[in-house]
Each structure stands twice: as structure tokens, then as C-alpha cells.
Design a protein around this ligand. Structure first.
Ligand code: ADP
Ligand code: MG
Length: 697
């Protein structure tokens, strides 16, 4: 039996441990640092570091590492041992405040978007005391921010912390206007729901495409996919269940609030949702969750796929970023309460989000843009590439009533009658959910649903925090000057909703008519990563990030370039992998199989003139034709990759990969999949979709 409360956070140097292990005064100073973002004195840091080291060593650690999130999208760590030599040749375990606060990894090989030339390889990592240190794999991990020698940010954590500060400052100003004198800080909270696939490890290892790119580049559809909808919330298989239990335990030890787990829509697809927490922590935790998923799957002889589209023809994986704003004493500012119609403060925060989503649609789209996620957005499973928002019929009615200057009659919660005596009737939510909306209000939070499963959630939250900070700042600027505050608020709510209601769409986002309707409304439809990312450096976005001190011009341009470069590199690797698989495995396999067919045909003919070898002959002919066509398409792909060398400009190159290379890959795949369908399963060089999707029992 696991004792969850005891287990929970046992590998984290959290408040409980700090309190236990630090002198009272040190604990107090440290808490002040954490709460108020005060700089940490070196003497305090020395005491904290020593206590951390003792705790870590008692828990089996020999090393420590600054754990950071460079712009690769994954976390990075470089381990140093605690040992320090004594004069007599022995060693002691030491960890200083300096080592805790600052690290100097050679940063030259992390993407910097040209900010830092390779000869200026120095980068600094600095401890983020708002995120607790933890133990992973025998190392004490210190969550850190990462910047260059010149102070430019090179990571995803620093801008996130900056954006949290920006929204806090702006929101507190607005709260003051409503007479709130207590709130000193406002924080954003996030609960990220994480989707993933589990397949047999040996099958994963046998496929170069999965190994190199995380997704299948070839593969004919299995006879059964998700059409019966029998996997969603279905019974969890024993092996998966054992994995999930193990995962929960490991996550709990790391202080991660793993809460909900269930099967998802596609076969072999599952989901994990944690209980929400501060955005900064939620981001660190989500990165750790993804890492643990992969590691623990391996322990169980499986591979966890976090790619957005590992298999064509069945749903891909996303991540839902549930986001809200609350005060430092835990009041959720997006909670509509009992009487939202008369709650001007709530309505003002609501229209701030509406205005933000409308004005910065492109930033939200960019935050979900990646080569992997391009397979989902716009397909019939994830929200479309068009950003719109759902606020529910109740809130829409309220805002419409404001516009029309009429009263609003609250919908009375109806009882749902189950018609069965022993089952209690229950109150119906006054508004249904909209599962197709990319940005949906779900009771007391917004759910941003465009994210890909492998995304680091810092980017969407940087965008969200910053854009809402901007709107709240504008509101505060205006309202602080108002002569009659109450009237001014109502006017502002009305005006903002009128000007930005085009972004509100409560209908079916998958319907083809929505594309036309959205265009009429003037909403953006950015279909591919290069098309979306192009807007990152638009003047209005640069102004936004500079005003709120999130990114300098150089930092913004660096990010823009990294996204584009990353996209081009991914498509290039995928194309190269395809060519490799085609030439080394698929084409030879088809030749071999055709040879077998021909041999069988002649053996049959030799046996007797009466026996027909029509089947073998026809099949051999068909496959030979397809094989030739395939080989030509692969050659074309090869030629396109060579031509890519001539394309200048990062944006142009990314466009080239999207417009020329990607379609050529699709064309090659089509033929390969057709050949797979016509071949002996044993003759095909790779595990089939059917085998992979139903590989875990
Ligand atoms: P779903 O039906 O989409 O699975 P749930 O109600 O289970 O939705 O919640 C999904 C996620 O939203 C959970 O991670 C939950 O902790 C998170 N969540 C709930 N309230 C908030 C909030 N105020 N701020 C951020 N996330 C929240
Ligand atoms: Mg959800």
C-alpha cells in the first residue's frame, strides 16, 4: 500500500522540508525571496545550499545539476558531483551558495537565434527559488533560468516569469480601482492535460521513422482505427494500468499533482491531467511529467510517444492549457460567481481576455505552431488553425444584454431527470461545453486547446499573460482617469465587447462553413507553422513584448528565427529518414517479394500448363510499377532537399519546406502505403499500424 500523503513531495525540497531543515531566520528570508521576488543574500544561499546538499545526500544523491529549459523545447542538465578533495586525498561532499545560485554551462550548442556567437560561449544559469529543487536519478536538480553573458534570455523560463510579473502588476492596478486593498500579487494558474501514446518498445525500435522523428512516415491504415469509439474512457489494459500507477507514484514523489488518467480516442492513446498550480510550477511539472512518461514507459517495455501525430488516420495528441488568474489569497478572478451580470470586476476581466484573444490571435496560434502540430490543427480532431473563443451562452447573453442596454434574466439551472428512482436528479450546467473551440471558457478558467502534446507550455502562457497584461494596463490607464468609475466601467465593458465580439464563436469549429465565416469576420487563418511564425515579429507584437519587458527586439527576433529553423530542420530530418527507409529497406523489400512472386509463378507454370500463375504475375507487375513510381518520387524528394541548399533566408527556407518538400513527402508516402497493402506482411520491413496500435495488451 502506498501512503500517498507521505510519498507526496518526498523528492522535493519544498516548504515542509525547508521548514524542517533550515534555521528559522534563513527559512523566513528564503520565503520572502520566494513570495516577493527579493534577491537572495549569499550568506543565506550558503546555508540553504548546505541544507539542500545534506538532504539530497541522505536521499542517495551524489550529484547536482542546474536544470533549465533552453529553446530546444526539452530540458537540459549538466551534472556535477558534490565531491571536493581534501589535502589528505579524501573527499568531502560540498555544495556552496554560489553553486546553488549560479552556473556557467558552456552554452554554445544551445539554440540562440544568433544572439550569442559560438565564440562567446558563456551562458549563465541562475536559480529560480520560486520553483523547488528536486531529486531525479540520483541528482539534486535546481530549476534555473538561462541567459547569455550579455544578459539576453536564452530559455523559456525567464520570459514566463517576466510575463507573470507583467500580468500581476496590471491586474493589481485594476483590483485597486474596485477597492481591493489587500491583494499584493496576482498569479496565473495552469492545469495542463497531457495526451500520449504507448506502444511496444521493440516495435518502436524496429522503425527508423519513430526512432529518428517520433512519428511514422510510412504505414498503411489498420482495418480498425478509432471509428467504433470504443477506446475513449474504455477499460485500461493491465500493462497500461501498471505503467500509470508507476507514473503516478513517481510524479507524486516529485510533488506533481497527477490526478486524472484515462484512455483517449485513438487506440493506444491516453491522457494524464494534474491539478492546476502556479503557471511557473505547472510548466516545470509538465516538462518533468513528459520526461517521466518516457522513462517509465521504457521500464515497462513500452515507448511513450509524445509526438503530435505519430500515426496518420487516427487522432493525434494535444495538450489543453487550462488557465486562470487568481489573487495571492486564492480568489479566482475568472469565477463568474452567482450574479455575473452585476459583477463588473468579473466582466472587466472577461472582456480583457476577449480583447486580448482578438488582438493577439496570431500570438496564440504561434504558441501552438510546430511541424508536428501542423498535422493536427485544421484536421478533424484538434481545433482548426483559426483562433476563436467560446464563452458559453450565459456569458454571451449577459454581454449582449449590456450592449442592447436591456435587463438580463439569468438562466435557471434545470434539473436533469434520469428517470430512475435510485439515481439522484442533478442540476444541469447552464451551458454545455464546446469541444471544438480552440479557446473555451469552462466555468472559471479558459481552456486553450491548440497546443501540441510535445509543446513546452511556457510559450502559450507567456503569450497569454502578456497580452492580457496589456489589456488590463489599458483598462487601468483609462479607468484611473475616470470621473465616474461605475459608469466608466460599464461603458468600457460594452465598448470592448462590441469591438471584439467577432472573436467569439459558439458554433462548430470543425464545420467547413466556419472557415468562410471567419474570413468574413476578418479572423486569421494561419495554416502552417511558417505562415504563423511570420507574424511573430509584426510591429504590434514587438511593441507588446517590449512594453512589458518580456523580450527585447533582439530576443524576439531570436525566437522567431529559432522557430523557423527548427521547423526546417525537422522537415529535413523527416525527408532524409524517408529517403533512407525507401532506399535501404522498402525498395529492396519490394524487389525481393516480386522476385518471390516471379519464382512462384514459374514454379507453378513448370508444374503444369493447367495451373494459372495469373495472380503472381499481375501482382508482380503491379508492385513493380508502384515501386518504380515510388523510387521516382523519392528521387524527386532527394532533389528537392539538394535544392533547399540554394534557398536563402530563414523564412523563405521554412516556406520552401512547407510548400515544396512536405507535399513531396506525402506523395511518396501514398505509394509506399499502397505497396504495403499489397504485400505479404512478413515481407514488409516494418511493424504494421495494426501491430503497433494494438501492441500493448
Ligand atoms: P476536462 O473535462 O477538460 O478534463 P477538468 O475539469 O477535468 O476538465 O479540468 C481540467 C484541468 O483544468 C485540470 O488540470 C484542472 O486542475 C484545471 N483547472 C481547474 N481549475 C483551474 C484554474 N482555476 N486554473 C487553472 N486550471 C484549472
Ligand atoms: Mg480538456
Amino acid at each position: 500500500m502506498v501512503n500517498v500523503p507521505e510519498l507526496f513531495g518526498s523528492l522535493v525540497f519544498d516548504e515542509r522540508t525547508m521548514k524542517e531543515r533550515l534555521p528559522k531566520q534563513t527559512y523566513k528570508t528564503l520565503k520572502k525571496t520566494i513570495r516577493e521576488g527579493k534577491p537572495l543574500d549569499i550568506n543565506v544561499a550558503n546555508i540553504v545550499a548546505n541544507a539542500m546538499k545534506d538532504w539530497a545526500v541522505e536521499n542517495g544523491c551524489t550529484h547536482y545539476t542546474h536544470w533549465f529549459q533552453p529553446m530546444t523545447g526539452v530540458t537540459a542538465e549538466k551534472h556535477d558531483s558534490f565531491i571536493n578533495p581534501n589535502d589528505d586525498g579524501t573527499v568531502i561532499m560540498e555544495f556552496s551558495g554560489k553553486e546553488l545560485i549560479k552556473g556557467e554551462p558552456d552554452a554554445s550548442s544551445f539554440p540562440s537565434g544568433g544572439i550569442r556567437a559560438t565564440f562567446e560561449a558563456r551562458g549563465y544559469t541562475t536559480w529560480d527559488p520560486t520553483s523547488y529543487a528536486f531529486i531525479k536519478d540520483g541528482s539534486l536538480c535546481i530549476p534555473t533560468a538561462f541567459c547569455s553573458y550579455t544578459g539576453d534570455v536564452l530559455d523559456k523560463k525567464t520570459p514566463l516569469l517576466r510575463s507573470m510579473e507583467a500580468i500581476s502588476n496590471a491586474a493589481v492596478r485594476v483590483l485597486r480601482l474596485f477597492g481591493d486593498k489587500e491583494t499584493t500579487r496576482v498569479i496565473t494558474t495552469v492545469g495542463p492535460e497531457q495526451e500520449y501514446f504507448l506502444i511496444d518498445k521493440a516495435m518502436f525500435d524496429s522503425r527508423k521513422d519513430l526512432t529518428y522523428t517520433g512519428r511514422t512516415l510510412f504505414g498503411a491504415r489498420a482495418p480498425k482505427g478509432q471509428e467504433l469509439e470504443d477506446h475513449y474512457f474504455g477499460k485500461i489494459k493491465d500493462k497500461v494500468s501498471a505503467f500509470m500507477k508507476d507514473l503516478d507514484t513517481e510524479l507524486w514523489k516529485l510533488g506533481i499533482y497527477a490526478k486524472t488518467k484515462h484512455n483517449e480516442v485513438a487506440p493506444a492513446q491516453h491522457e494524464l491531467a494534474p491539478i492546476f498550480t502556479t503557471t511557473n510550477l505547472a510548466t516545470d511539472h509538465n516538462q518533468l511529467t513528459m520526461e517521466m512518461m518516457k522513462r517509465i514507459a521504457n521500464r515497462h517495455g513500452m515507448e511513450c510517444l509524445l509526438h503530435e501525430k505519430p500515426f496518420a488516420g487516427v487522432n493525434g495528441s494535444g495538450k489543453h492549457n487550462n488557465w486562470s488568474i487568481s489573487t495571492n489569497d486564492g480568489r479566482n478572478l475568472l469565477n463568474p460567481g452567482k450574479d455575473p451580470y452585476n459583477d463588473h470586476q468579473f466582466l472587466l476581466f472577461l472582456v480583457a481576455v476577449i480583447k486580448a484573444v482578438d488582438e493577439y490571435q496570431d500570438l496564440l496560434r504561434i504558441s501552438a505552431a510546430s511541424a508536428g502540430n501542423d498535422h493536427r490543427l485544421g484536421a478533424n480532431e484538434a481545433p482548426p488553425a483559426i483562433v476563436s473563443m467560446f464563452i458559453g451562452t450565459d456569458l454571451e447573453d449577459i454581454l449582449e444584454a449590456y450592449l442592447a442596454g436591456r435587463d438580463y434574466n439569468a438562466h435557471v439551472a434545470e434539473k436533469v431527470k434520469t428517470g430512475v428512482e435510485v439515481l439522484a436528479d442533478f442540476n444541469k450546467d447552464t451551458t454545455d461545453r464546446n469541444r471544438t473551440s480552440p479557446f473555451a471558457f469552462t466555468g472559471n478558467k479558459f481552456e486553450f486547446r491548440m497546443l501540441g502534446s510535445s509543446d513546452n507550455i511556457s510559450c502559450p502562457n507567456i503569450m497569454l499573460n502578456t497580452m492580457v497584461a496589456e489589456e488590463l494596463t489599458q483598462f487601468a490607464d483609462e479607468l484611473e482617469q475616470a470621473e465616474n468609475f461605475d459608469e466608466a466601467v460599464v461603458e468600457l465593458i460594452k465598448r470592448t465587447y462590441r469591438e471584439h465580439k467577432r472573436i467569439v464563436f459558439n458554433g462548430n469549429n470543425y464545420a467547413p462553413e466556419w472557415v468562410d465565416e471567419a474570413e468574413r469576420r476578418g479572423l486569421m487563418n494561419l495554416r502552417t507553422t511558417p505562415a504563423a511564425v511570420a507574424h511573430y515579429i509584426d510591429q504590434k507584437n514587438e511593441d507588446l513584448f517590449k512594453k512589458h519587458k518580456i523580450y527585447s527586439t533582439a530576443e524576439l527576433h531570436a525566437r522567431y528565427e529559432i522557430l523557423l529553423e527548427n521547423y526546417s530542420k525537422i522537415i529535413n530530418i523527416e525527408a532524409l529518414t524517408m529517403i533512407d527507409m525507401a532506399k535501404k529497406d522498402i525498395i529492396p523489400a519490394v524487389s525481393k517479394f516480386v522476385k518471390e512472386l516471379v519464382e512462384t509463378a514459374s514454379a507453378k507454370k513448370a508444374l503444369s500448363a493447367e495451373i494459372t500463375a495469373e495472380l503472381e504475375v499481375e501482382l508482380a507487375a503491379k508492385l513493380s510499377k508502384l515501386q518504380l513510381c515510388f523510387s521516382k518520387r523519392i528521387d524527386k524528394l532527394d532533389a528537392l532537399l539538394i535544392k533547399a541548399g540554394d534557398v536563402t533566408g530563414k523564412q523563405e527556407l521554412a516556406n520552401y519546406y512547407a510548400d515544396e518538400v512536405f507535399p513531396a513527402m506525402q506523395e511518396a508516402r501514398e505509394v509506399a502505403d499502397e505497396m504495403e497493402m499489397s504485400m505479404d506482411a512478413k515481407a514488409w520491413p516494418y511493424a504494421s499500424y495494426g501491430q503497433m496500435l494494438y501492441s500493448v495488451k
